[in-house]
Design a binder for this molecule. Structure first.
Ligand code: 13P
Ligand code: SF4
Length: 311
């Protein structure tokens, strides 16, 4: 294999111009990738950027369902994912055949699915949501309408608590956000009495009970910038700390550890992407995201519905 350029960020910038490409990155990507991205955001922000971009090629530094969403929104564009194996435990926890049976057993229910699911699940859904608009979207559905909420039971429980609605939950979860220990968070609160606990709604209820603020990755970032607190115990994937440190350098950031001090609070799927793989994907114009036309067309509708309901 030919040697990689010594200046990878420079080589990526050149390829970006040559390809007329845009690099969209999620906050959970390693810092080197965030530093070459044109836009860094949460799932909703990334979907909105995918709609707005005029670039011919979308290089998606995130996981498969995010790149797939960009392709659903841009069927004629080349969408590259540096590592096609970058999946998501939450998306994997909702297999299409089992979900089809679940849906068939509740024919009167509207299906709202968290964007962290495969295109096949999106195609069976009425509305997609993200962690930043789930509450707002459920609030807009008439009170008498029964709702299936899939696949994340933790986000679902959080939405039930916030809206008072009785959602029928699919029992999926995220391996990363289920790894945080309530006991260690309480110990950190004792050690840092001035710190606020901020958490992603994919965390389990015992952890969320200790949170002073709950929100999507973008919302957590804005909260760190805007809150008067001097320190934050951050209960989500630690990739977000890179932008928090950049945008709020005066704030102290304490990443919440996993249960047994392993690195399990890092998303193993997100971390499959590297700067080297991103460069190679752009150089070879692969691996590319593709999906069957029928699934793509059916999955587009509920994504558009989400964008309308959260405009
Ligand atoms: P958001 O960035 O939308 O908050 O989602 C977090 C996440 O787990 C993405 O997979
Ligand atoms: Fe999926 Fe969890 Fe990783 Fe997000 S952090 S991509 S929900 S496994």
């Amino acid at each position: 294999m030919p040697a990689l350029p010594s200046d990878l960020p420079g080589a990526i910038a050149t390829l970006k111009r040559d390809l007329n490409a845009v690099i969209l990155a999620h906050y959970y990507q390693e810092s080197e990738i965030q530093d070459v991205a044109d836009y860094i955001g949460d799932s909703l922000g990334l979907a909105r950027q995918a709609v707005m971009t005029e670039a011919e090629v979308i290089v998606f530094a995130g996981v498969h369902f995010m790149a797939e969403t960009a392709k659903i929104l841009n069927p004629d564009k080349l969408v590259l994912l540096p590592d096609l194996n970058a999946g998501c435990s939450l998306a994997d926890s909702c297999p299409p055949e089992a979900f089809a049976a679940f849906k068939a057993a509740h024919p009167d229910h509207l299906v709202i699915s968290y964007i962290n699911c495969t295109a096949a699940i999106k195609a069976m859904s009425d509305i997609i949501c993200t962690s930043s608009n789930a509450v707002r979207i459920v609030e807009q559905i008439p009170a008498e309408q029964p709702i299936i909420f899939a696949p994340d039971r933790n986000l679902g429980r959080y939405v039930i608590e916030q809206t008072g609605r009785d959602l029928l939950l699919w029992q999926g979860s995220c391996i990363v956000h289920e790894t945080f220990s309530e006991k260690k968070i309480v110990q950190l609160q004792v050690a840092y009495p001035d710190a606020e606990v901020i958490a992603h709604p994919e965390c389990e209820p015992p952890v969320l009970r200790h949170a002073d603020y709950i929100g999507s990755t973008t919302a957590l970032l804005h909260h760190v910038q805007n809150s008067a607190a001097p320190a934050f115990i951050v209960v989500t994937e630690p990739g977000i700390l890179h932008q928090m440190q950049k945008l709020a350098p005066e704030k102290q950031l304490i990443p919440a550890p996993a249960l047994n001090n392993c690195a399990c609070n890092e998303c193993p799927h997100m971390r499959l992407n590297t700067l080297e793989k991103l460069y190679l994907a752009m150089q070879h114009r692969e691996p590319e995201i593709s999906l069957p036309d029928d699934i793509r067309v059916a999955a587009l509708k509920p994504i558009q519905r989400m964008l309308e309901l959260s405009a």
